[in-house]
Structures are given as C-alpha cells and as structure tokens.
Design a protein around this ligand. Sequence first.
Ligand code: AMP
Length: 466
Amino acid sequence: MKSNARKATSHKKNRVKKLIHEVYLGLGSNMGDRLANIRKAVSLLSTNRVTVIKHSSVIETDPVGGPPQPKFLNAVVKIKTSLTPEELLHLAKSIEDKLGRKPSKKNYPRPIDIDILLYNNISIKSPTLTIPHPRMQKRDFVMRPLLEIEPDILKKRSSGLGTQTSKTVNVNIPRNKSRETKHAEIMKIISSINRLRSEIALARKEEKSIGFIPTMGALHEGHLSLIRQCRKENDLVVVSIFVNPIQFGPKEDYAAYPRNKKKDSTLAYKAGCDILFYPNVHQLIPSGFNTHVEVPKLSKHLCGERRPGHFKGVATIVAKLFNIVMPDKAYFGQKDFQQLAVIRKMVSDLNFPVSIKSIKTVREDDGLAMSSRNVYLSPKERLESPVIYQALLEAKKTALAGNLDASQIKELIRRRINDTSGRIDYIECVDEKNLSPIKKMSGRCVIAVAVFFGKTRLIDNIVLQI
Ligand code: AMP
C-alpha cells in the first residue's frame, strides 16, 4: 500500500514537473558587459524546471524612449518549462535582481531586462502580467530575433499550443480562421462597447496614453498615416471602423460604401493599431436614438451646404466615440478640413478632454488625394481626376504671385476642371477659421473644391498664407 502511495505521489510530481509549456522570452541589456549579462541570464534561467531549447543571435539595437543612453543587445530564447506564468515572472525578476537591476523609471538603462513574450498561446491580463507582451509586435528588437528562431510563430500559436487559462481576452473573430486569429492574438478586434470600455479602463489603470483614429474603413495610406502618427505619440492606439449611416444623405452611397473587414484589420494592425473597434450600427445607433450634436455655423458652407445633415451625423458619432474611447489625442486628416474644423469646435464648445491632431493629406503619385471612394472611378475618370490638385496648385501659385481676387482664382480652377469630364459641385475660397467665403484672399485661407467624376464625388483643398 505504502509503496503504491509513494509511486503515485512521485508519478504526480513528475507529471507536474514535466516541461510542457513553450515560452518565448525577450532579453535586453545596455549596461555593463552587455553580452556577459545576457549569457549569465540564460544560464541562470536553466534550472530543473526550465530548459532553454533555442536562442536567437544577439543583435544590437537603438534604445526606444527614455533618456539618451547606450545601445542595447537583444536576444530571444525559447524555453520549455513547468513554471506557471507567475512563477516564471518571479524567476525573471530574481535574475534581474541578481544581475544588478535596480528599480528605475520606465525605459532607463538596465543591465538586464527579461520579458515574457509568449506563453503557449494563452492571453493573460493581470495587474502584474500581460501575455502576449503588449508591445512586442511594435518592437523590432523583439520581432527580429523572435522570427529568426520561429519564423512560423504566429501560425503556430493560432493552431492551439497549450491550453487557454487565466483571463482570456475574448476577441470577436472566429478562432478557426488562422489569419484572423493571428491578428486576434496581437491586435484586439472589439465590437462591444462594454468590452472596449474595460480595455480602456485597464489601459488607464496602467497609465497608458490613448490615441484614437475614427474612420469608416476601406483603409488606405491616408488613414494609415494617421494610425502611424498616433502610434508614435501614444501607448495605446485605438482605431474605429464604422460606416456611419447618419452622415449619408438618402441618395448617397451608404449601402455601396466599400467594406472589407479582413483587409482593413491587416492594414490597421500593420500600421500599429492595438485595438480595432468595429461596432455594428445597432450598437452605436440603437432604435429610439434621439440625441444629436450640431455645429451649425461651420457646417453651413461648402460640403455642409450640399450635404444637409452630414456634419450633424459626423459630430454626433464622433462625440459618441470620444465618450466611449476617451482618448487623449484624436487624429483627423486635413483632406476633410471642414470636418476637422467642425470637430475642433465641438471639442472646444463641449469641453471634450481630447487634443485634436491634424495630419496632412496623403496623395497618389499623380496628386489625387487618397480616398476610399477613389475605387469607384472608372479608368478614364481616374486618369482625369488629378486635375483637381493640379488646379489647386496653380491657383495657389497665382494667389501667392499677387492675384488675390477670389473670383478670378475660382474661375481659373473652373476652367481647368471643365477641360475634363469632371462636374463641379463647388469651388470656394474661405477663411480658414470660420469657413466663411471670402472675396479677397488674405491671412490664412483655404481653397476648397468638390467635383463629381461620374457618380463619384471627390473633395480636396489647399491652404494658403497670404
Ligand atoms: P474616413 O474613413 O473617410 O471617414 O476618414 C477617416 C479619417 O481619415 C478622416 O480624419 C479623414 O480626414 C482621414 N483621411 C482620409 N483620407 C485621407 C488622406 N488622403 N490623407 C490624410 N487623411 C485622410
């Protein structure tokens, strides 16, 4: 009996100690003998509960953030372990202590830094531990060595290594679609307002700054430049994709507006998005919805005049999104400069605690402003459409050369566009601040145009300082 009991206990112990968990650790050092520190850390990791089974080459990288400091040496190791994530974290901290790491501010020099990057394929968010490491995919110094030893790591993780434990962050993507799951592991795609709110609350608790880019999807380089800028300036990047029905007129292209969730998620992820908010219409505009935000003075000119209710729809939804995401900074394109002015005014009038950042218009090589609607253009229309920007440039040159008569400036643009199949919706010279039409170009002013090519309405503008 006794010996059987002993056998069972020892069998149980062996089972517990079996090195079943596959884990990737990131190592970095930029103090003292950097290479020796990394070697020492690897050797201290190797215990009866941890076996190092692969390691990358050691690369030298520039520091990210923090004060001016020496370059880092970085490497990634793959281990097998019987330690739980918390036990492994404890081991990593004790090795950091042994190698002389002192508690210091974030991004300060350190003899050794050991990060748990991946632990099987589980997701954990606890006050002490976030797995996968929240910033790993943004860090070249992690991804390069990781992909060197495990080029298929993302695919592998989606095929279900290990078991899901702890607090799993649910993402509303089917788990059996490997490409999407790859994103799900790294960029969260969230459609529920409550779920987004808890992610935001968590980020706030971790004192992360939050940047936000509202879009209607069909992402192109214009949107991506906003996301990239947001990535540079914030800890957490939230992008929303919502084709907002209340900003479309009854005869406009709401139903036909291009939608491609898969492509958009890939693009957003690659540009640095952490959370893609993808609500459905009923979530943002439930039946009975009856509150609107309007900025009437700035909305009455230009596009607002031709698209009644458009800016009311935009401001209402952006206000809702600001209340949900509560960003520190929000990014908008100068291409939609009237929208930018409306949002700035709404933010200032209603005291939204968000700083509005404007990003300059991204153009195709031939000058056409990038827009999700450009895909509607026929080959002939696409060939003709750069005339808009060419005419704006010519007008700017003329004004800066001293012809300040707005009607002559507008006439010049009209003639250029009328040489093509483009149908002018409006050409206007306006004051940059209040958007009122001006007769004489002066101060900071904007020349704005809207032109139909076929059924596609394109807008563009150019800012002048006279
Ligand atoms: P949309 O998806 O059209 O609502 O646009 C979302 C955001 O992207 C808005 O702030 C737009 O002004 C901005 N955006 C759209 N096209 C461009 C572009 N070509 N360059 C810069 N920003 C853009």
